[in-house]
Each structure stands twice: as structure tokens, then as C-alpha cells.
Design a protein around this ligand. Structure first.
Ligand SMILES: NC(=O)c1ccc[n+]([C@@H]2O[C@H](COP(=O)([O-])OP(=O)(O)OC[C@H]3O[C@@H](n4cnc5c(N)ncnc54)[C@H](O)[C@@H]3O)[C@@H](O)[C@H]2O)c1
Length: 325
């Protein structure tokens, strides 16, 4: 199979490209490098620098390559940024995806995997969150993914277009190969922040609230290893023939902020300095995925737990003090 990977120079996308290449896929990466790193793209993949805002550039890629499917990672994905600048999300994220989808339809390419998000579920009624949970996006970022999911629903009904929407919870960890890892600038994700602090590259971790109704007062999140995410993409792509699918994707276990800090201390063998600050507006208390559906239907099984997530991420950050720079 030959696939197009948008955002393949980014964190999740590049790990997915690594796994696709390992599994014999021919891969073309399309990325504007606004947030990603050319060094993250495996050498076996063809790299094209381009922006999804430019429909002509997408058309050119489809004129040059015949694809069996598309994996769409390219997007902005910061909840806080989307609250400050909704146009970037409800505008650009959505329009860029539509540019891509329109070119796919025109070229009769009808297999699509969307990187969706747990931010579809603001304050869920039950934990773990399965696919029947009410969709109440927590921000314009989550709303942008919801709008794209709705477009996909209609493209399926009208054109027989097939898609899988993978709503992932917190992607974390680094490739066990040691060749790539997480390098967001600025970094907003907990695990790399705690590791940087343990490595002495940050002063302290700011914990947003310790008075939630949880076992230790801090928020609880579900961390999924980025290579397990990649496997889910490949299984989804291979099974995408007869019907479109939507899956929630996490490890099924929730860890509090303090538990993550303890795990990093254990792996690194050092105490991590932290300070408790006020709650952050709009932070749900607890987000844990039920991934029963993808396990049952596609046989997906996460290989890595929190310990391996922290170990692989630690190895990457220790060996790459400046990320890909
Ligand atoms: N990281 C997570 O925990 C997480 C969780 C849920 C969902 N997601 C989704 O997964 C996807 C990837 O996330 P990530 O953490 O790897 O992000 P990332 O920022 O590391 O990667 C995004 C990539 O897309 C590229 N890009 C952005 N806009 C583009 C455009 N207009 N044209 C071409 N390329 C463009 C960037 O240069 C970057 O390489 C996103 O869609 C995000 O919403 C991520």
C-alpha cells in the first residue's frame, strides 16, 4: 500500500511513519514543518514540504503519486491556543482538512484515518469514556475535530468514502528505536515537562490544582505510547474496506499528575521539584478511554504501560538535549 501522511514530520506522525515503513508501506510525507522536524522523518519515506492551506500543492502531490489511503495528522493541537485564537482551529484546521478531502474525492482515494482527540469529551458522565459518550468539545480545538468527523460522516454517506477516526487520549513516550521522540516547542505535555525537570533543564513542574476529587487531588489522564498509537493506525488502515469506524484510543488506565511525577522519579532516580498552582480553567478532572471497541473489532492491544512510556521518553530526552535541533 502507498499512503500519504500529512504532518508526518510531527510527533505522532513521524512515529507512525516509522511503523508504516517497518510494515512495508510506501510512504509520502506532506508537512509544512511549521511544528515538525525534517530529522524526524524516516529516510525511507519521500518528504514533500507543503502546506494544506494550498490546495494546488495537494493536487500536485496527488498528480505525482497514486495513493491507497491517507493518514491525516497535520493540525494545530493546543487547547489553550485554540481558546485564544479560535480562527486558527475552527478556520485553518477545518479548511485544511477539507482541502485534503476534496482532492482525495477528486482522485478516487477513499481511505482516510483522522487523528481525533479526547478533547471531544468535556466533563464526561462516565469513566472510562467509550464511543457512545456525548460529544461536548472542550475547546475550539476539540470542536475542529468534531466538525471534521461530521464532514467524514457525510462523505461516507454521499461518496462511499471510508474513514476511521481515532480519538486519542494523551500520546506519550518515544520510539524504542531511540531515533525519534517528542519535540514540541513550546512543550505543554506533562511527561516531557517532568522529565526535563528531572534532567535539570527546567526549574520545576507546575501542578494545576491539588484539590480535585481524585485519589491524590490532582487531575487524572490516560497516557498511550506513541508506538501503540502507530499500530492502531496500521490496523485501522488495513481493515478499512467495508465500513467507516470511530474508536477511542487510550491505555484504559488513568494516572494522576503526582503519579506521573513519581514514575519519572523512579525511572530517572532523582527527585522532581514541583509547585502546586491554581486549577487551570477548563481542565476536566479525569479523562480515561475505554478502548474495548478497537480491541474487540481490530484486535489492537497496547504493548507499553506507563513505565515503558517514561523509560523510552527519558532515553530520548537524555540523548537529545535540544530535541531534533
Ligand atoms: N499529541 C497528542 O497527545 C495528541 C492527542 C490527541 C490528538 N492528537 C492529534 O494528533 C495529530 C498529531 O499531533 P502531534 O502531537 O504529533 O502534533 P505535532 O505538532 O507534533 O505535529 C503536527 C505536524 O503537522 C504539521 N502541520 C501543521 N499544520 C500544517 C499544514 N497546514 N500543512 C502541512 N503540515 C502542517 C506540523 O509541521 C507538524 O509536523 C494532531 O492532529 C493532533 O490534533 C495529538
Amino acid at each position: 500500500m502507498k499512503v500519504l501522511v500529512t504532518g508526518g514530520a510531527g510527533y505522532v506522525g513521524s512515529h507512525c511513519v516509522e511503523e508504516l515503513v517497518k510494515n512495508g508501506f510506501e510512504v509520502v510525507v506532506f508537512d509544512n514543518l511549521s511544528l515538525g522536524h525534517i530529522e524526524a522523518v524516516p529516510k525511507e519515506a519521500v518528504f514533500i514540504k507543503g502546506d494544506l492551506a494550498n490546495k494546488k500543492a495537494i493536487e500536485q502531490v496527488f498528480n505525482e503519486h497514486k495513493f491507497d489511503g491517507v493518514l491525516h495528522f497535520a493540525a494545530r493541537s493546543l487547547v489553550g491556543e485554540s481558546m485564544q485564537d479560535p480562527f486558527l482551529y475552527l478556520g485553518n484546521n477545518v479548511i485544511n482538512a477539507l482541502n485534503l478531502l476534496a482532492v482525495m474525492i477528486k482522485n478516487n482515494v477513499n481511505k482516510f484515518i483522522l487523528s481525533s482527540t479526547a478533547n471531544l469529551f468535556d466533563e464526561p458522565k462516565t469513566i472510562p469514556i467509550d464511543e457512545s459518550a456525548a460529544i461536548i468539545p472542550g475547546s475550539p480545538y476539540g470542536e475542529s475535530k468534531h466538525i471534521i468527523e461530521r464532514y467524514l460522516y457525510w462523505l461516507d454517506r454521499i461518496f462511499g468514502f471510508r474513514y476511521t477516526s481515532l480519538r486519542y487520549f494523551n500520546a506519550a513516550g518515544a520510539s524504542p528505536s531511540g531515533e525519534r521522540g517528542e519535540d514540541h516547542k513550546p512543550e505543554t505535555h506533562l511527561i516531557p515537562i517532568v522529565i526535563s525537570t528531572a534532567l535539570g533543564r527546567r526549574d520545576k513542574v507546575l501542578v494545576f490544582g491539588n484539590d480535585y476529587k481524585t485519589r491524590d487531588g490532582s487531575c487524572i489522564r490516560d497516557y498511550i505510547h506513541v508506538s501503540d498509537l502507530a499500530t492502531a493506525h496500521i490496523l485501522s488502515l488495513r481493515s478499512l474496506t467495508k465500513k467507516s469506524m470511530v474508536y477511542n484510543l487510550g491505555s484504559g488506565s488513568g494516572y494522576s499528575v503526582f503519579e506521573v511525577i513519581s514514575e519519572v522519579e523512579k525511572v530517572v532516580g532523582k527527585k522532581v521539584r514541583y509547585e502546586v498552582g491554581p486549577r487551570r480553567l477548563g481542565d476536566p478532572v479525569q479523562l480515561v478511554a475505554s478502548s474495548s471497541k478497537i480491541k474487540k473489532e481490530l484486535g489492537w492491544k497496547p504493548k507499553y504501560g506507563l513505565e515503558e512510556i517514561v523509560e523510552t521518553a527519558y532515553k530520548w530526552h537524555k540523548n537529545n538535549p535540544r530535541g531534533f535541533a
